[in-house]
Design a protein around this ligand. Structure first.
Ligand code: PRP
Ligand code: URA
Length: 209
């Protein structure tokens, strides 16, 4: 059964508050998102398995531990997920990156797929799906549905802000997937935006509005 993890580390909360501020410009917004993604990656990888190896220090031989699990794939949901990629790669530099392009139809709020390019060995990797906003949950649910259709497993979802509606949708559609968020906000408004949220993550990240 997947679990909801709320990452309330003070550094994450502080940086998220700066991102929410309407006066924060694109440059700072981008930097903060990357920094938070890196901090979140630290917690998301907490259950990664280790194995014992022997190394020789300048003093003597010793037994020590290194990662032993499956390789990792990072899957940003375009566009806004792109803003989290570098932060995660800072901690997991060997990860491969796969892209899933989805936009939310403004009328129906349903996700529309326009791009999908995954590492060829995606189904042998643990996958970290990233998107700053989990609103209705339609985009994340569809992206994870695509991955499962391609026989992928070991999937985690990492978002900055979630609405209760999005969490509910994920728990219904993908009860096996762990969800990591920095905050759960109050609700969605009539346009499907998270309240209080931070506005349109893609537009603020890329300065398109
Ligand atoms: C935003 C966001 C998520 C989606 C969340 O993307 O980055 O992908 O909305 O909403 P949902 O949970 O209701 O599906 P958007 O569709 O605005 O596309 P963009 O990232 O290209 O701006
Ligand atoms: N997508 C965003 O970028 N922001 C929201 O609040 C909801 C969906």
């Amino acid at each position: 059964m997947g679990r909801l993890h709320i990452l309330d580390h003070p550094l994450i909360q502080h940086k998220l508050s700066l991102m929410r501020d309407i006066h924060t410009g694109s440059k700072e917004f981008r930097e903060l998102l990357e920094e938070i993604a890196m901090l979140m990656a630290y917690e998301v990888t907490r259950d990664f398995p280790l194995k014992e190896i022997e190394v020789e220090t300048p003093i003597c031989k010793m037994k020590t531990r290194v990662l032993s699990g499956r390789k990792v794939g990072v899957i940003p949901i375009l566009r806004a997920g792109l803003g989290m990629v570098d932060g995660i790669l800072n901690l997991i530099p060997a990860a491969r990156v796969g892209h899933i392009g989805l936009y939310r139809d403004p009328e129906t709020l349903e996700p529309v797929e326009y791009y999908c390019k995954l590492p060829t060995d995606a189904k042998e990797r643990d996958l970290i799906v990233i998107d700053p906003m989990l609103a209705t949950g339609g985009s994340a649910s569809a992206a994870i549905g695509f991955l499962k259709k391609r026989e992928c497993s070991g999937i985690k979802l990492v978002c900055l802000i979630a609405a209760p509606e999005g969490i509910k949708r994920m728990e219904k559609d993908h009860p096996d997937v762990d969800i990591f968020v920095a905050a759960v906000d109050d609700r969605l408004n009539d346009h499907g935006y998270i309240v209080p949220g931070l506005g349109d993550a893609g537009d603020r990240l890329f300065g398109t509005k």
